[in-house]
Design a protein around this ligand. Sequence first.
Ligand code: SAM
Length: 240
Amino acid sequence: TDFGYKEVDADEKTRLVGRVFDSVARRYDVMNDLMSLGVHRVWKRRFVAGCRLREGERLLDLAGGTGDIARLAAGRGARVSVGDINRAMLSVGRERMDAEGKVDGLDWLQVNAERLPFADASFDHVTITFGLRNVTFRDRALAEMHRVLRPGGRVHIMEFSKVGLPVLGKVYDAWSFQVLPRIGAAIAGDKESYQYLAESIRRFPDQETLAGMLESAGFEEVRWDNLSGGICAIHRGVKV
Ligand code: SAM
């Protein structure tokens, strides 16, 4: 298993990822805006719009962090459970949501995506954005997503992916490896966590490989859309 720039074993990766998000939780939202120049908001709106949610549908947002997807999905009438392994991220999310006013039909749960505490067929949708990259046993997590979906239910994954255009790829690499860790050091006093971020993005499976992983987990009608030239991709699949 890899933890960005270091080779580490599975338990170690889980612990290190925990440390990264403990360390960034307080500044997570600000840093997202800074590092993506606000673009993550556009991606997230497009992601949730494409889920085609219907009033009252049950949605599990895994690695839900501070609740960006949850808020958008609840706004479209879904009943949302936010699941994240990290208590600090969840409490920042809950505080932010309380401060912004009440959002109905939301549940916050500390869960590991690899072992979900839900019965089979509990949800109409499972979403995970910028989360799968951080999960140690991704195949297990995908199998769990499949298990907790009802037949006909859909999975939606958004993750950094492989840039198609070589020129854009060069610019993007420079941004990720030169600029981001420096912003991380300057603003959050935490260069390491942002170095991990850049490395983990580079090592994450590309569009086709991830689609294959979804199929291996039992999903059908697997499709993806590239955003911003493949910097990010949205994969969707159906449990038949
Ligand atoms: N989904 C949010 C977003 O798009 O802004 C947060 C993404 S954040 C980059 C990644 C999240 O994955 C962190 O909150 C982290 O705690 C969570 N995470 C990492 N491993 C996990 C696991 N095994 N199960 C559940 N959540 C996990």
